[in-house]
Design a protein around this ligand. Structure first.
Ligand code: ADP
Ligand code: ASP
Ligand code: MG
Length: 405
């Protein structure tokens, strides 16, 4: 007998038939004598729909009301699933985040879970009642509803698995597991049997939305084993766990891409100490997150160009912050590009295999794809390219590193 947290994503609970199907999956686990807690997402499309409604009311919808609004999607699913289980003769009840409570800190829309009252959930499980917990939502210390960022039900599931000391956490989704790249884009992508937290964290934060990045981080810190599997097949999934339990026979593990970045270049800034900090300090003060940075070597030690990337949503804010500082920073021109995409290769195998960067760059050059910016860490290499080349770049790199084999 194991204690398991099972999380079902939006497509898995997209309509009432699917919710009944999910109830069957849970019933099968209970029939095997496992102790279960369930975390659910909103039905597919519901959260987006609520966001659209908020925009129709106001461009500056209050963030506390926004969280109360968005959290309602998960409430609907939790009640429907609890009732579906009861119909199968299984005792079950829904719990809202504030009733448990799941306490969060940080700003609305992007809060972090800091505690979950495990007692009420454990009491429920001990009475053989399956708790159905809406993901994505929590309660601020000031007693307001909070949400924890898009895709946040994954993080809710991991936080609950940790607080219940569950044996593992299962993430049920619409694909068989974590693939070498997004299977929607590359049909030759292969399912990965096991992946380390570190690699999964890179993949997730670089665009592989099959797992939300903060959930992987939480699992890594707390050593929660995760199994990603499909709601719609019985195929074995992907295990996400500690590095020492994973073997590396490939040079790289996967290719990720994201198309929510924008590139900013300041041309002709003074090449002298303190310039970089005078550019990035006001951006930091305006909560703008910087990702990749390059500074060109100046030809005559007087002026240089600085290029960096930000989230596309922050482009307007960034432009207005920098324009206001034009005199102080004394740059010649501000250039922006909102049509870029970041392609990344991830894998612990690259630590011991030389020539990985060269092979990636060569693959892109064979397709005449220009690299605008490069950034690396121990287990990833990212390049910024024109957004229109995303698919070709991912497919070419995937094939060069034989991830389809
Ligand atoms: P859920 O609603 O279950 O949380 P998501 O839509 O958040 O599901 O995540 C699953 C989706 O992630 C897949 O349908 C796929 O389109 C996408 N995806 C992106 N990269 C990968 C990858 N490397 N492996 C598997 N799926 C991926
Ligand atoms: N419903 C939320 C979203 O669409 C949270 C989730 O599904 O994980 O982002
Ligand atoms: Mg998701």
């Amino acid at each position: 007998m194991s204690k398991i947290v099972m999380k079902f994503g939006g497509t898995s609970v997209a309509d009432t038939d699917r919710i009944s199907h999910v109830a069957n999956i849970i019933k099968a686990k209970i029939d095997q004598n496992h102790k279960i807690a369930v975390v659910v997402s909103a039905m597919a499309g519901v959260t987006n729909d609520l966001i659209q409604k908020s925009k129709k009311i106001s461009d500056s919808f209050p963030s506390d009301e926004y969280d109360a609004l968005l959290s309602s999607g998960e409430q609907v699913t939790a009640t429907l699933l609890a009732a579906a289980l009861q119909k199968f003769g299984i005792k079950s009840r829904s719990w809202l985040g504030w009733q448990i409570p799941i306490v969060t800190e940080g700003d609305h829309k992007n809060s972090r879970i800091i505690s979950v009252n495990s007692k009420v959930l454990n009491d429920c499980i001990d009475q053989d009642i399956v708790p159905i917990i809406p993901g994505f939502q929590g309660l601020t210390e000031g007693n307001r509803i909070s949400t924890i960022g898009r895709g946040g039900s994954d993080a809710s599931a991991v936080a609950i698995a940790k607080c219940l000391e569950a044996d593992f956490c299962e993430i049920y989704t619409d694909v068989d597991g974590v693939f070498t790249t997004n299977p929607d884009l590359e049909s030759k992508a292969k399912k990965i049997e096991k992946i380390s937290y570190e690699e999964m964290l890179e993949m997730a934060s670089l665009g592989a939305k099959v797992m939300q990045s903060s959930s992987v981080q939480k699992a890594m810190i707390n050593d929660v084993d995760i199994y990603v599997k499909s709601t719609f097949s019985n195929n074995s999934g992907t295990k996400i766990g500690s590095q020492d339990r994973v073997s590396y026979d490939k040079v790289i593990t996967g290719v990720a891409y994201s198309s929510d970045d924008a590139k900013v270049t300041l041309q002709g800034v003074k090449d002298k100490p303190g310039v970089a900090s005078s550019i990035f300090k006001p951006l930091y003060e305006n909560n703008i997150v910087i990702d990749m940075i390059v500074q060109n070597v100046s030809a005559d030690n007087s002026k240089t160009d600085v290029t960096f990337t930000i989230k596309r949503d922050d482009l307007q804010k960034t432009t207005s912050v920098l324009e206001k500082l034009k005199e102080q920073l004394n740059f010649d021109k501000l250039l922006t590009d909102g049509h870029v995409s970041k392609i990344s290769i991830v894998g612990a195998g690259m630590i011991t295999h030389p020539g990985v960067a060269y092979r990636m760059f060569d693959a892109l050059s064979s397709k005449k794809i220009n690299i605008m910016v490069i950034s690396t860490s121990e287990i990833k290499i990212s390049v910024l390219i024109d957004e229109k080349n995303t698919k070709e770049a991912v497919k070419t790199i995937h094939q060069i590193f034989e991830l389809d084999k």
